[in-house]
Design a protein around this ligand. Structure first.
Ligand code: SF4
Length: 488
């Protein structure tokens, strides 16, 4: 006799966590809703839709095969799907991962259990954040290491330092072979989803827990050792470098943060993994991921709409079509995203977001594009990452200074400039690198805004030393107009 409905969102696909942790085969009906709103509300990347839907269908089937009572509903919206059950029973689900979904489900009377897909309970993060003058991730991360007992001995960091980034941050290596990523076979469920979406999925992403676990083993055995040194590099020799490619599974529930961290720490303990790499990876999971999720809830629902730099340029054509730019770095990175809905954190921040920032692209248009096009782009990830870190639309609430950079940085950390029509060293003239021109123009345009920011003083003062500022302003206008037309 069924007594409860357990609603499982597509980002909570885990039997040991969320509402399923206490599921009962006799008394619970487990419900999934594949909503039209999810598939048709925006121009979602097909690879992303494929991954989310196929993972949910595989997970629902696995539950059913193991004896649970499961209903997989297709409906206009999630709430319509729940209503269509016509059962007068209490509905439970784990706390949703966005403000919007929380409000919709709450209005429908759904009761929430704590969201334990993260290692930091929301009240604990609030407690930390309310005591901070500025929200420095590194401070949060060190407390996480101590609280969770990860890579610490007697409350002190293993290896003698909390953070080894100074040893990392290497540019792309020469004559070096990065391991090939895994590729996944498509089964009947995958093919059915692909057919419904009228697409041909890549073999990049796993859609079952078994395959997600293979991806975890592959990362730990083949990539973890080299993760640290090259985590900030980009190269056209390898789209993965030593990155884990695990964020999609962490964000849809197929993997849990605790098992990913445990696997990395166990490999380090077994030897062969330098502390620089183990620490750098652990920081991404127990530091950045938890911090960004905590800040999403702490900063509130209105944070999404901020536009502190009054940036109102429409989304550049190159974001929609990688061929609409001659800038090799931008065009290559967008082409990567078109192909597999993923590129690692440095192209996201220092190429895509940097371009949106220094061109003055509207933050919400850019945020929506990022949300729609990345395989791991949950609302809680993208809102703080784009509004705060990426385009500084929050006037420095999250990060004290904007992540703006010119071509010199991109030339140092990537190999794109070698085969680009533009020259990263030039800021004026037809061959000038648009990043270099627009970096200075961005500082010039926003000099008043940043004048009182002591962390920006050196950069703002640098504008005064530019002998070619009038020429640069003219070139910047040409560049912006060319980017708007898709000709630069
Ligand atoms: Fe990108 Fe400029 Fe380098 Fe070209 S020269 S690849 S536009 S940074």
């Amino acid at each position: 006799m069924i007594e409860r409905i357990l609603y499982v969102a597509f980002d909570q696909l885990n039997l040991k966590h969320g509402v399923l942790a206490k599921a009962n085969k006799e008394k619970d009906l487990i419900v999934f809703v594949e909503s039209q709103r999810m598939t048709e509300s925006a121009l979602w990347h097909k690879e992303r839709l494929f991954f989310l839907i196929s993972s949910a269908r595989h997970f629902a089937k696995a539950l059913q095969d193991s004896g649970f009572q499961v209903s997989y509903i297709k409906s206009k919206t999630t709430v319509d799907g729940l209503k269509s059950l016509k059962l007068d029973l209490p509905i439970f689900c784990a706390e949703p991962s966005s403000f919007k979904q929380t409000a919709l489900l709450s209005k429908h009377g759904v009761k929430f259990t704590p969201n334990d897909f993260f290692l930091t309970p929301r009240p604990l993060f609030f407690d930390w954040a309310t005591k901070q003058k500025s929200f420095v991730m590194e401070n949060f991360y060190r407390l996480q290491r101590q609280r969770l007992g990860i890579l610490v001995t007697d409350n002190k960091p293993e290896g003698g330092q909390w953070n080894f980034d100074k040893d990392n941050r290497l540019g792309p290596p020469k004559n070096y072979e990065f391991p090939e990523p895994l590729s996944f076979q498509r089964d009947e469920i995958d093919l059915e989803v692909a057919k419904e979406l009228s697409m041909q999925p890549s073999s990049t992403w796993a859609t079952t827990r078994a395959d997600a676990l293979k991806a975890l083993t592959h990362f730990v055995s083949k990539n973890l050792a080299g993760f640290g040194p090259y985590e900030d590099a980009s190269t056209n020799q390898s789209w993965t470098l030593h990155h884990s490619l695990l964020s999609p599974y962490l964000n849809n529930g197929l993997l849990h943060a605790s098992e990913v961290v445990d696997a990395a720490v166990a490999a380090y303990r077994n030897g062969g993994i330098p502390i620089q790499s183990a620490e750098a990876f652990v920081r991404q999971v127990i530091g950045w991921r938890e911090y960004i999720n905590g800040m999403y809830w702490f900063l509130g629902e209105e944070y999404r709409e901020l536009n502190g730099l009054n940036a109102n340029r429409k989304l550049l054509p190159v974001f929609v079509d990688s061929k609409k730019s001659k800038m090799n770095c931008v065009s290559s990175v967008v082409a990567d995203v078109e192909q597999r809905a993923w590129t690692h954190h440095i192209p996201r921040l220092m190429i895509l977001s940097n371009l949106a920032l220094i061109t003055g692209t509207n933050p919400q248009e850019f945020l929506d594009w990022m949300r729609q096009n990345f395989i791991d782009a949950a609302e809680w990830v993208m809102v703080p990452n784009v509004i705060g870190m990426g385009v500084h639309a929050d006037s420095g609430r999250l990060m004290t200074k904007p992540y703006a950079a010119g071509g010199a940085y991109i030339n140092r950390m990537t190999q794109y400039c070698k085969s680009c029509v533009y020259d990263p060293k030039l800021r004026v003239g037809d061959n000038a690198c648009p990043f270099t021109t627009l970096y200075w123009d961005f500082l010039d345009r926003n000099a008043e805004v940043f004048r009182s920011n002591h962390r920006m003083a050196q950069q703002i003062n640098g504008i005064k030393r530019l002998s070619d500022l009038p020429e640069l302003r003219v070139r910047a206008k040409e560049v912006l107009s060319g980017l708007d037309k898709g000709t630069i």
